[in-house]
Write a new protein. Structure first.
Length: 211
């Protein structure tokens, strides 16, 4: 079994003590950090999701897999991105009200910070008022909203609608994402930008502030 396969299996089975160790070993073997993240961890969470859908595992197993992945992400994080020192913009980012999923949001934050942004993490289950309050900061150029559940897509719609009515709307762009979100939905709800993964989000954020 390759190191990446070993890592994916450890994430899938929620081995939080072994995952960071395997990530470190993969890094020591010279495996590309992006491959470690994508193939060793993100794909493994995809498998976890499928198993949950098929009733092969339940919420507690999903939770331990998520915890294990977070420990692995902590180890790979310093190896992603070149560690920009200059700040090119300020972003606020949160998972919308009703939604507790934060792994994707955290990855987006990690990549956007690596691209040179200051990011304020509003957390999960973020009420509209909190997005509006944070977006009132005159330095904010991008507001990012994540939604992982089909049942929280209406919450994303409401959040974007409220942000679109903010008095300082012309000052920031709205970026949305998350597994059930599509370009079509993003356009329909009036977001400025949609991307389907964290690396694309960082590229898009740079384009948004650079015009
Ligand atoms: Co939940 N969950 N979950 N879950 N969970 C899903 C999302 C699900 C698809 C599983 C399934 O059924 N196959 C399903 C949703 C089905 C649907 O909506 N139709 C589901 C469900 C049903 C639920 C509960 C309702 C289960 C229950 O209680 N019965 C419950 C809801 C709780 C709530 O939020 N109110 C629930 C709970 C949980 C846990 C707490 C146990 C845990 C979350 C832990 C955590 O996040 N701290 C969990 C997990 C781990 C998952 C799966 C397995 C993995 C999610 C994940 O982290 N993926 C997930 C199945 C799956 O996704 N295959 C599932 C990895 C992550 C890197 O991907 O988040 O998509 P993702 O982020 C990507 C992109 O989407 C994008 O970039 C990221 C990185 O590339 N992106 C953006 C995300 N945000 C972006 C923002 C952007 C741009 C790009 O711009 C701003």
């Amino acid at each position: 079994m390759s190191k990446i396969e070993e890592l994916a299996q450890a994430v899938e089975t929620g081995k939080a003590k072994i995952v960071p160790q395997l990530v470190q070993e993969a890094l020591d073997e010279g495996i590309d950090p992006m491959e470690i993240l994508n193939k060793g961890m993100i794909d493994a969470m995809g498998v976890v999701g499928e198993k949950f859908k098929n009733n092969e595992i339940f919420v507690p197993e999903m939770l331990v897999a998520a915890r294990a992945m977070k420990k692995g992400v902590d180890v790979v994080k310093p190896h992603l991105g070149a560690g920009n020192s200059a700040t090119i913009g300020k972003m606020i980012m949160g998972t919308v009200a009703g939604d507790l999923h934060d792994i994707g949001k955290n990855l987006v934050i990690m990549m956007i910070e690596s691209a040179g942004f200051e990011v304020v993490d509003l957390g999960v289950d973020v009420p509209i008022e909190k997005f509006l309050e944070a977006a009132a900061d005159p330095d904010v150029n991008i507001v990012g909203c994540s939604a992982l559940l089909t049942t929280t897509m209406p919450s994303l719609r409401d959040t974007v609608a409220a942000l679109n009515k903010a008095p300082n709307r012309s000052q920031f762009k709205i970026m949305v994402g998350g597994a059930p979100i599509t370009q079509e939905f993003a356009d329909e709800i009036g977001a400025d930008c949609y991307t389907d993964d964290a690396a694309a989000a960082a590229e898009a954020a740079k384009k948004l502030v650079q015009g």
